[in-house]
Design a protein around this ligand. Structure first.
Ligand code: E4P
Length: 228
């Protein structure tokens, strides 16, 4: 399973890259805003260089389907490792499947995003999406069984030999990462604060503290013995 970082914060992205655990980056307009990327092109280009060929998802920002294709073509030119995020439907409910299909025909990789259901994942895969983003937290917010959804979608893609990879995003806690991973997600995209929580554990700290104390005690005994 791959791990992407769900962030536009270049300091966090570089830090987790240096730890050797990051396989790609996802952003959306809200993440860009939160992380102070008011010039989306310049931040996307900066991230794309920093991640050295790993995929970076950048989202279009329009409800107009023709304009989506135009924006996608422009964004895709910023760097060869940029993947275009296209919502599965626009805010009026119009399907963006034709946009996904058109971009796929042009060789532009698409991350079909804001998906909440099995049907959306299946249609995104049929239309040619490289990635299908399931928003775990938002599905759960509405009472949906996201673990079952991820498992069914992953099984279906495998059964029918689709190359589309499921990205699980909208993580609300570390347990969501475990649930997504065990349900069959190909990729989980994780905000920096949850990556930090994933690695930390108070009992591990306490355990290490005990080892350090005992190592110091052993050294003190050794020094006392060699001095006497
Ligand atoms: C990832 O691709 C999504 O854009 C992101 O995880 C959405 O998360 P949210 O539901 O917390 O906004």
């Amino acid at each position: 399973m791959d791990i992407f970082i769900d962030s536009a914060d270049t300091t966090e992205i570089k830090k987790w890259l240096d730890y050797g655990v990051i396989d790609g980056v996802t952003t959306n307009p809200s993440i860009m805003l939160k992380d102070g990327a008011y010039d989306i092109e310049s931040r996307a280009r900066e991230i794309a260089v920093a991640v050295d060929g790993r995929p970076v998802s950048v989202e279009v920002a329009t409800n107009d389907l023709t304009e989506m294709v135009n924006q996608a073509r422009v964004i895709a030119q910023w760097s060869p490792n940029i993947v275009i995020k296209i919502p599965i439907i626009n805010e009026s409910g119009e399907p963006c499947l034709g946009v996904i299909s058109q971009l796929d025909k042009e060789g532009i990789k698409v991350n079909a995003t804001a998906m909440m259901s099995f049907g959306q994942v299946a249609l995104a895969a049929k239309a040619g999406a490289t990635y299908a983003s399931i928003f775990a937290g938002r599905v759960a917010d509405e009472g949906g069984d996201v673990t079952r959804l991820i498992g069914m979608a992953a099984d279906w893609l495998e059964s029918w030999d689709y190359e589309t990879k499921i990205i699980v995003g909208s993580i609300r806690g570390v347990i969501d990462i475990q649930d997504a991973a065990c349900a069959g997600a190909h990729i989980v995209t994780i905000q920096p604060q949850f990556l930090s929580k994933m690695v930390d554990h108070k009992y591990t700290r306490e355990t290490v503290r005990g080892f350090i104390i005992d190592a110091k005690k052993a050294l003190a005994v050794r020094e006392k013995k060699s001095g006497s």
